[in-house]
Structures are given as structure tokens and as C-alpha cells.
Design a binder for this molecule. Structure first.
Ligand code: SF4
Length: 214
């Protein structure tokens, strides 16, 4: 990324941080994905129980690898033998000390927008884990709530494909949403978090001027 683009990205993020802080989120700027990883891990005390939302960003930043280290109690939703066992891990996540996730979109008006299949990620961001850390690249930032909803919906087919749900929008030759009624539909739950006024600072948003996830 050239210096001018990075400057523009940082300016946008700094403006967004002011809005987030008004909405009682914590907001932190990270120069790059490595700094984001350090910031996130510095926020997590050893021995914490940690839940995660499904996220390409957590892989790309190396945060997921860090969370797997033995000094943490990772509620490992990826290491289960059956669907029921995976759902039990999701349920455990509601009692986690910390949940780490990305977001499908974050608006310049200070809202987090997410769409889920089962709803564990969307709902745990809203309530349950004592603290939530959201890591988001600059590509997740949009101007308005309407654009946030559009963005979340636009990337749903990619998320369906990533998690191998055989939806009509994630076939070899189609990526368009047909508002399906498939069992595998990934768009069952939408959450919009507009603020943390009742639990100030419960959610920290770490913003990175790089493209992370999709
Ligand atoms: S509603 Fe169905 S077709 Fe549309 S994006 Fe979601 S999973 Fe894909």
C-alpha cells in the first residue's frame, strides 16, 4: 500500500474512532496486522476463557494461532467431532471472559453490522461474553447503516462458500443472492450494535489501515 493510501485510510479510521468513542466503544488504531495481533493479545489475561466468531481476519492476523496457546482456555469450536458438540461449544461461548471476532461491516456512524447462519457470533457480540474484541481492516468500513447492511449481504455468498454451505449463491457459477430458503442459508440472523452505553467499553474495536478478511 502506498503512503498516500495509508494516510487516507488512517484519517478515515481516526474519524471513525471518535464516533465509536462517543458511542462508548473502546477504539484502538493498529498500524498493521502484526500490531493488531499484539494489541489484542495484550488485552487478554492469561487463563482467560476465549470464544471466537468465525473470521478470516483472525486467521490472517495470526490471532487464532495465539489464542490456541496453552496459556489460554480456548473454547475451540473448530475441534469438535459432531454438529451437536459444535453447538455446545457455541453455547459455552456465552460464558466466555472474552470473545474475539471481526465484523461484516462497521459504519462511519458507529454501528457494527453482522449476518450469521446460527446466530452465535451475532448474539455473542451483543451479550454474553464479558468483553468483546473486534478486529477490522479498513475494507470493512462503510459510510452508512444502509451500506453496512448491503456490505454484510454482499459478502454472505463468500462466507457460505468458505464454510462449505451449499447455498445457491455459492456454487461454482453463481454468487448472487436469491433470498434462498435452503437449510444451509447463512443469512438467518442480522445484528446491529449501535453503542455500548449500558456497558461502556465492553466492546473494543481494533482498526487496521490494511485490507483484512472480506
Ligand atoms: S439468503 Fe441464501 S442465497 Fe442469499 S446470500 Fe444468504 S445464503 Fe446466499
Amino acid at each position: 500500500m502506498d503512503a498516500t493510501q495509508k494516510w487516507a485510510n488512517e484519517r478515515r479510521i481516526r474519524d471513525l474512532m471518535k464516533v465509536l468513542e462517543e458511542n462508548k466503544f473502546n477504539a484502538v488504531y493498529a498500524e498493521n496486522k502484526d500490531e493488531a495481533r499484539r494489541i489484542v493479545m495484550d488485552m487478554i489475561p492469561e487463563g482467560s476463557t476465549i470464544a471466537v466468531g468465525g473470521s478470516v481476519t483472525l486467521n490472517e492476523t495470526g490471532i487464532l494461532d495465539e489464542i490456541r496457546k496453552p496459556e489460554y482456555k480456548f473454547i475451540d469450536r473448530y475441534n469438535t467431532k459432531t454438529f451437536e458438540e459444535m453447538l455446545d461449544k457455541y453455547r459455552e461461548g456465552y460464558f466466555a471472559d472474552i470473545m474475539v471476532s471481526s465484523t461484516n461491516a462497521i459504519t462511519m456512524t458507529g454501528e457494527l453490522v453482522n449476518i450469521d447462519c446460527t446466530g452465535n457470533r451475532t448474539s455473542q457480540i451483543v451479550f454474553g461474553p464479558k468483553k468483546v474484541i473486534i478486529v477490522a481492516g479498513v475494507n470493512k468500513i462503510v459510510d452508512t447503516l444502509e451500506e453496512g447492511m448491503k456490505r454484510a449481504k454482499k459478502i454472505a455468498p463468500m462466507n457460505a462458500r468458505r464454510i462449505t454451505h451449499k447455498t445457491p449463491c455459492a456454487t461454482d457459477d453463481n454468487i448472487k443472492c436469491i433470498n434462498c430458503h435452503d437449510h444451509a442459508r447463512v443469512c438467518n440472523v442480522t445484528s446491529i450494535v449501535t453503542g455500548c452505553h449500558y456497558f461502556p467499553g465492553r466492546i473494543t474495536v481494533v482498526l487496521v489501515p490494511e485490507i483484512l478478511g472480506y
